[in-house]
Write a protein that binds this ligand. Structure first.
Ligand SMILES: C[S@@+](CC[C@H](N)C(=O)[O-])C[C@H]1O[C@@H](n2cnc3c(N)ncnc32)[C@H](O)[C@@H]1O
Length: 211
């Protein structure tokens, strides 16, 4: 399905006479050749986070020369990572981007049973993500880190890289267990005005034990 058809099918799902037709986003997102994967709410959220962050902190940090990181947990094909990188560049921010993923899709979950979240869903290899990012362009410096979220993965990465404090962290890894590992890692990178974004915050009606 081409991007134009995807747009048409998404807008068709917004209702009209005869009831609402639900779009199967997972099927549409996984169609070969489509890089666009996100719900517009997250795109708008990212824009707002960048805007707020820029106002609150980035100017001062730039003056003091402090490195700032954009961290993303859950890349799939890399679309939101690409979007945030280009947005930050367009807004004149200097940020270093770090993306973490298994590149094998979702792990099993004991607690989050959701029709889109079967093990292996959203699998996309690191090489494919790298190719897309190269094709569409990443103006700001970035690193991709492969592995299942765990203390061991995060400490290995932290030994290899001088990780900057987190300016914005996008947590888009769907599952409670994954988000829990990510949050304990992020504790070490939080600074004044760090913005945490949760794509799946409302997947179970805001339940703090899910999503
Ligand atoms: C919904 S997708 C991310 C969508 C992406 N932000 C985009 O722009 O389309 C969720 C991602 O989280 C990753 N993920 C979830 N739990 C993980 C874990 N415990 N370790 C590593 N990766 C994980 C999956 O591999 C998958 O790529």
């Amino acid at each position: 399905m081409r991007a134009e058809e995807l747009r048409r099918s998404s807008s068709a799902s917004s209702g009209g006479e005869g009831g609402m037709r639900r779009t199967n986003y997972l099927r549409d997102m996984s169609a070969p050749g489509i890089f666009y994967t996100l719900h517009p709410n997250l795109l708008i959220g990212l824009y707002r986070a960048m805007d707020v962050f820029w106002t609150l902190r980035a100017r001062d940090a730039r003056r003091s020369g402090e490195e700032i990181g954009f961290y993303e947990f859950g890349l799939f094909q890399g679309f939101s990572f690409w979007y945030a990188n280009n947005l930050a560049y367009e807004m004149g921010m200097s940020m270093e981007f770090h993306g973490f993923d298994s590149f094998q899709g979702l792990p099993p979950s004991e607690v989050d049973i959701h029709r889109n979240w079967a093990p292996g869903n959203y699998a996309c290899s690191l090489e494919q993500v790298q190719d897309s990012l190269t094709k569409w362009g990443m103006p700001l410096k970035f690193h991709l880190h492969r592995g299942w979220y765990s203390k061991q993965l995060f400490s290995t990465v932290a030994k290899r890289h001088a990780l900057p404090v987190a300016g914005i962290a996008l947590i888009d890894c769907d599952l409670y267990e994954s988000a829990r590992e990510v949050l304990s890692f992020l504790e070490t990178l939080m600074a004044k005005n760090t913005i945490l974004m949760f794509d799946d915050y409302n997947a179970f009606g805001g339940d703090s034990n899910h999503g």
